[in-house]
Design a protein around this ligand. Structure first.
Ligand code: NIG
Ligand code: FE
Length: 401
């Protein structure tokens, strides 16, 4: 079925930048964008259906490229502790933090995890998200990491959203391996990752490179294994301190390095040269009351692609709105609304290895787009969350949300 969508303006985000077509027309067919341009330039084609978008602003479907949407329990008690002055690192050292979510996730059945994650993913979808990345990392053994990754796959099958799954087995130390981090990395490399990859559950491999998690040397062993298995890598890096994990990620042509508050200019240069996307996570910055800002000027000066994501997780960013992250990216990190929009569309697609098919409105790409009833694209970053009137088109078909 060929559909013509018209009476709209389009923020196409082609070429990795904010780019606009006023009075646009979009022709979709077989789930793809067949033609896009100004209505005046449209060639005469036969269409099965014409949709009047009522003067809406059309953007690519939003992409949340960093989430931990699947987990058991929640950590609102730790939120209260932190408000009393206990730090995230102290809570982790006392056996709370990620370890407490690991206990709750291990205790939950696959269906229970699916039920709670479904609600969170649906909340993101109500915000215009059509593609989402979901990490494992609260199972920390083969059976429970598999359970999480299966939930991620099932969400992609049952909801109208594209899901990319990332194996984050190297997120924290499982209790069984206490004090034996190298042995756990060996176990991931020799047993877990090959098995999970063979089951088709892994689109990318991630790790948490930090003093309270894994060292650059341990992460590098994991990256070597990922490369052997033909899997792209990404990394949680420089969130709490500077270990140059982002430079390490760049050496392995990582899709992205994420967080980055403590990165250096040299790290930014390495990422730019490798094409590794900087994924900024203002929800975690805000929720941890971090004061160290990512080096925006260095990232811009060296031309690093900047994405924004929710980091939806129970410990550091219980963020159910990607549009709220647009606002936080602007307010906390001084991004422009145009940069923020690029961060949840075209650069987020690249951070997931989907740059050829998603993230911008251009011929041949998947017809995922949102028609927003707003006055200007900057309105998407302006409102603090809330439900903006919109129509959501996924693979050329309008879906209700
Ligand atoms: O992205 N940095 C490590 N991982 C998560 C936090 C996970 C948690 O505390 O449960 C993050 O911020
Ligand atoms: Fe994260």
């Amino acid at each position: 079925m060929r559909t013509l969508w018209q009476h709209c303006h389009a923020a196409t985000m082609t070429g990795g930048r904010y780019a606009v077509i006023e009075d646009a027309a979009i022709v979709t067919s077989a789930g793809l964008i067949e033609w896009i341009g100004t209505r005046a330039d449209m060639p005469s084609v036969t269409t099965d259906r014409v949709v009047d978008l009522g003067g809406a602003w059309v953007t690519p479907g939003l992409i949340d490229c960093h989430t931990h949407a699947v987990f058991g329990g929640n950590r609102s008690g730790e939120f209260e502790q932190r408000l009393q002055g206990v730090s995230y690192a102290e809570i982790a050292a006392q056996g709370g933090g990620i370890a407490s979510t690991v206990r709750a996730t291990r205790a939950a059945s696959e269906d229970e995890l699916l039920g709670s994650a479904r609600q969170r993913v649906q909340a993101l979808m109500r915000d215009g998200v059509t593609t989402i990345e979901i990490k494992s990392g609260y199972g920390l053994d083969l059976e429970n990491e598999r359970k999480m990754l299966r939930v991620a796959r099932r969400l992609g099958e049952e909801l109208p959203v594209t899901v990319r799954s990332t194996c984050l087995a190297a997120h924290a130390m499982p209790p069984e391996y206490a004090g034996r981090a190298d042995d756990y990395i060996d176990h991931i490399c020799e047993q877990m990752l090959p098995a999970l990859a063979a089951e088709g559950l892994v689109d990318a491999v991630d790790a948490f490179c930090e003093h309270l998690a894994f060292s650059p040397a341990q992460v590098e062993r994991l990256f070597i294994k990922a490369r052997e298995l033909g899997l792209p890598v990404k990394l949680h890096a420089e969130q709490l301190s500077s270990l140059h994990g982002s430079s390490l990620a760049a050496r392995y042509q990582a899709l992205s390095a994420d967080h980055l508050e403590f990165m250096t200019e040299e790290d930014a240069m390495a990422m730019a040269a490798a094409g590794t996307v900087a994924v900024l996570l203002p929800g975690a910055f805000y929720f941890l009351r971090e004061t160290q800002l990512p080096p925006m000027d260095a990232l811009r000066r060296h031309g690093v692609k900047i994405a924004l994501a929710s980091d939806l997780n129970p410990g550091t960013s219980p963020g159910l709105s990607l549009r709220l992250m647009l606002n936080m990216g602007c307010t906390c990190f001084r991004m422009t609304p145009e940069e923020a929009l690029a961060g949840v569309t075209v650069h987020a697609a690249t951070a997931l290895g989907l740059g050829d098919s998603h993230g911008s409105l251009e011929v041949g790409k998947v017809a995922d787009f949102i028609a927003w009833q707003i006055e200007r694209p900057a309105d998407l970053s302006y409102w603090l969350g809330g439900d903006l009137p919109k129509r959501v088109v996924r693979m050329g078909h309008e879906i209700s949300n």
